[in-house]
Design a protein around this ligand. Sequence first.
Ligand code: S6P
Ligand code: ZN
Length: 190
Amino acid sequence: MSALMEPFTTAMDLRTGQLEPERNVGVRTVGDMRGWFLANDSGAAESVVYTVSTMPVPESVVELQSSTTRIHAGRVGDEFFMTKGHFHQKRDRSEIYMTVAGEGVLLMATESGEYRTEPMRPGTINYVPGGWAHRSVNVGDDDLVFLAAYIGDAGQDYATIETRGFPVRVVQSGSGSGYAVVNNPRYHAA
Ligand code: S6P
Ligand code: ZN
């Protein structure tokens, strides 16, 4: 029998989302996300859209993966900064998001093109059932920070979203942090 994992603790600053100790950090810049936003970016390609800190846990069905995502405030064209979004590689694997800071929209879509939006603000706990692709969008003026917890062997399928997109986009509407959910002209249904 293999050795048990060691228990461990991570402390999160509930205002900033900063972790102590910091965990494995992935960074997505505007340049990395070329083609994911509808508009061609006119700003600096090196601007950071979001970072993801992932806990060091094996990708096994008996484990719970978790990560902290921080999406900066900003837009490419009229579209708010967002995550790439993905289906889980194992489609039936579910996930929970808990927001600690900022204001966002959780956009979810099925393979057949149904979609839902749910609010993200400090204290909201969103449930993402299996079969729903998910993307989080920062519609506020400050960083959007949330904790995700998901079944360890879920995996992330980005290619399906890269090819088909989400049925809708979350865009600026009016002045301030108003937003609207509009059809994505580049969406390809399955
Ligand atoms: C993983 C979970 C989150 C996202 C993160 C970044 O299943 O949904 O940890 O990975 O919010 O989004 P994305 O779409 O770039 O993986
Ligand atoms: Zn996920």
